[in-house]
Design a protein around this ligand. Structure first.
Ligand SMILES: [Zn+2]
Length: 758
């Protein structure tokens, strides 16, 4: 906690200890807010969560399918009954792929025909549903190839380097890679294989990552069984999300479209997922060098790199073309401030039944909208407008939300207060909350008012989870993402529907989810049975999600002065800059510029490294030995101006926190003044946008938050990528953009502060 936050809280405590205190509320309004929140929390029930969950998980509902479209109509009809307003189903005609047929046969040294199906699970009737698809990956191209199979580990660039060192080229061959060792988005694996000249990529689920090595498998435990197949899309949506043929504008019917050949996010490689049952015959017949220790997996065989011995015949037929996706939109109009919007969203489409992903979130959304409708019927309309959306095609390329965000970008920039995303509501009991740093304190405060099923407050349960993660993963592949000892993960990557709001529109975002052991992701086994046996048998976490999502929404919707904390934002940005400086120093020690330059999108996991003390504020780059292979002299990049600008921004944030707290404590606020302050605070996030986007990826406009091609979070994306490539002219330019944005926002905060002078 920063000093000014202590001061703020102390000021809030002043008027009367009997009043509730909530960030952004006057004492009187905090009391009425607490009462509304209590009412809201009392409405969602585990039985209703379960009933809704069953409706959404009854049948497979992939994007574009009849069932998924029927569910859109179901949501519309339910929302009408619940009392939502202005309900509309919006149609987008987008490029999509559907599987027609796929076959994989090993033709040497022996014959094996891959099943490409998931065997039914005893006791789980849904797993026998004939509508379950076979193995496929969205956006694979059609084709046919007969070629040797090479084991390429996780399919990341360094894996191909190792193959090359062993004299193995994958040109024209089929590469077999596993899903996550370490994790990288499957689309990044596909792009990497495409760049390496492979003819096709097979991605399988090794038991070491999601199966028996981890624990008991379905139906005896939460992990993936022998026939578990992780479907998914390989869309290069890290370049530009949404419909590949409408980059930056909405795919409303009749919209202008670019040819698919020109679409940078459309893959140009065949791809298929496999269960370990189907991967094992390939792996155990391979010759070539023994794979290194960290390439060995959980199967009881010795993994080899492969050579000419194993040959396979792969044939994939896809149906490509335009198909309609449907976004359901509803709202509850605000009583006082209808033109200030809190936007909520969850995607509806699932690879199969979507037990966790996304139907747990959809069930929680339906119980939340029931609660909001109930409050409205009781005359407790929110002060601001709450807009709720059921997205389509998230699984394909974040498609529905992206098209919707692109369609309403101007309105959202004028009216959007924040976007709250729930994708997977629950796969277990461990809370994971993400927030743009300015909203981290309010999210943590909100967690204090909710009760976790463990008996602790949600805040305490959350803290216990973070402490455990820090303990267990200090040297592991993932950090908790939290910065500045906050609980909220303020390092926000991509991979869900918040992306368009943060990176394109410039709205602050929050993401909520409960997590646990979950080895059936994107498979037919991610279903109602799994949820009722392993994920959330009593639907208590679903219920808690509806409550949490609702209370967070109401605080933003009802606040007198929006509960942003820009001092916290500033100290977060300072940490991003310090981390970058530290990583760069490390980088300079170990690499020559030319090797760094050749590794475009190589994506060293910067923020996953646990650093000790932050470097001194005078950190300066350029002290490494001068480049030996580059003709250009190194241009040192001086961070001092940025760090000074952050100091100023932080000071302005502290002052504003204090002034806002004083104003709130003094009672009712003049609506004109409140409006000016709130609109100023809403503008702040927009000011982090750079019109030209980050270098090479113009769609991604936010200069603080981005994502790597792997989907991993990437802070200060333009600056970081330039530094990693040691492209100093670009780094200098990106540093200036950052500095100007900091100065602009400091000025904005100082102006807001001056309107509050006592
Ligand atoms: Zn999802």
């Amino acid at each position: 906690m920063t000093l000014s936050r202590l001061v703020s809280l102390a000021l809030l405590l002043l008027p009367s200890a009997a009043h509730a205190q909530i960030l952004g509320f006057t004492p009187a309004h905090a009391t009425s807010e607490a009462a509304v929140e209590e009412k809201l929390k009392s409405i969602p029930t585990p039985d209703e969560e379960r009933r809704q969950h069953r409706i959404f998980t009854a049948e497979p509902h992939i994007a574009g399918s009849k069932r998924n479209n029927e569910l859109a109509e179901y949501i519309r009809d339910e929302w009408k009954k619940q009392g939502l307003e202005d309900i509309i189903i919006r149609r987008y005609d987008v490029y999509g792929t559907n599987p027609k047929s796929a076959s994989l046969e090993m033709i040497a040294p022996t014959h094996y025909a891959a099943t490409l199906r998931e065997a039914p699970i005893p006791g789980d009737d849904d797993s026998k549903n004939p509508a379950i698809s076979g193995a496929w990956l969205g956006m694979s191209i059609s084709g046919e190839v007969t070629a040797p199979v090479i084991y390429s580990h996780s399919g990341n660039p360094e894996d191909y380097d190792l193959l090359r060192k062993n004299g193995i080229s994958v040109k024209g061959k089929i590469v077999l890679v596993r899903y996550s060792n370490p994790y990288s988005y499957r689309g990044f694996k596909a792009l990497t294989a495409q760049r390496e000249g492979a003819a096709a990529i097979l991605i399988y689920s090794d038991p070491a990552e999601s199966g028996y090595t981890k624990g008991k498998v379905d139906p005896n435990g939460p992990w993936g069984p022998e026939y578990y197949i992780q479907r998914g899309a390989i869309t290069y949506d890290f370049m530009v999300p949404g419909d590949p043929q409408t980059p930056g504008w909405a795919s409303v019917p009749g919209a202008k479209r670019i040819p698919i050949e020109d679409a940078v996010s459309a893959p140009k490689i065949m791809a298929l997922p496999l269960s370990w049952h189907d991967a094992k015959p390939l792996l155990e017949n391979m010759d070539g060098p023994v794979a290194p220790e960290n390439w060995q997996g959980g199967l009881p065989i010795q993994y080899h790199l492969g050579g000419e011995r194993v040959k396979a015949h792969l044939k994939i037929e896809m149906e490509n073309g335009l198909q309609p996706y449907y976004v359901v939109e509803g709202r509850i109009r605000g009583s006082d401030l209808p033109d200030e919007w809190i936007v909520l969203g969850n995607h509806r489409d699932a690879w199969v039944f979507g037990g966790v992903d996304p139907s747990s979130g959809t069930a929680s959304m339906m119980e939340l909208t029931r609660a909001l409708g109930e409050l409205k019927k009781q005359g407790r309309r929110p002060r601001r407008t709450i807009v709720v959306c059921s997205w389509d095609g998230e699984e394909v390329g974040l498609t529905g939300s992206t098209e919707w965000g692109e369609q309403f970008v101007d309105e959202l920039r004028a009216k959007g207060v924040a976007y709250i995303n729930v994708d997977e509501a629950t796969s277990g009991p461990n809370f994971h909350g993400q927030a743009v740093a300015s909203l981290a304190p309010m999210l943590e405060e909100t967690a204090r008012t909710l009760q976790d099923p463990s008996g602790k407050s949600l805040f305490d349960a959350w803290k216990a989870t973070i402490d455990k993660e820090k303990e267990g993963q200090r040297s592991g592949p993932f950090d908790s993402g939290a910065a500045n000892s906050s609980l909220a993960d303020t390092r926000i990557g991509s991979g869900s529907d918040h992306t368009v709001f943060l990176n394109f529109v410039g709205m602050p975002v929050i993401g909520l989810g409960f997590e646990g052991d979950y080895g059936v992701y994107h498979s037919a086994y991610d279903d109602f049975f799994w949820m009722n046996h392993f994920g959330d048998a009593g639907y208590k976490y679903h219920t808690l999600m509806s409550q949490l999502w609702g209370v967070t929404t109401l605080r933003l919707a009802n606040a007198d002065l929006l509960p942003f904390d820009f001092a916290t934002y500033a100290s977060n940005i300072r940490q991003f800059v310090n981390d970058l400086a530290k990583a760069n120093e490390k980088n300079m020690e170990g690499r020559t510029p030319s090797s760094a330059q050749s590794s475009e999108a190589r994506q060293p996991p910067l923020a996953r490294v646990t650093w000790g003390q932050p470097p001194p504020a005078t950190a300066m780059w350029g002290r490494a030995p001068s480049p030996v292979q580059s003709g250009e002299a190194r241009q040192p990049l001086d961070l001092k101006p940025i760090l000074a600008a952050i100091d100023n921004f932080e000071a302005a944030g502290h002052h504003l926190n204090e002034s806002l707290a004083r104003k709130l404590a003094s009672g009712p606020i003049d609506p004109k003044l409140a409006s000016a302050l709130n609109h100023g605070m809403m503008q702040l996030e927009r000011n982090w946008l750079n019109r030209d986007g980050i270098p090479g990826r113009p769609w991604f406009k936010h200069i603080l938050y981005g994502a790597r091609f792997t989907y991993a979070h990437l802070e200060l994306p333009g600056l970081t990528e330039a530094v990693e490539k040691q492209d100093w002219p670009t780094a200098k330019q990106q540093a200036e953009i950052l500095q100007h944005a900091l100065e602009k926002n400091t000025k904005l905060l100082n102006e807001l502060n001056s309107t509050l002078k006592p």
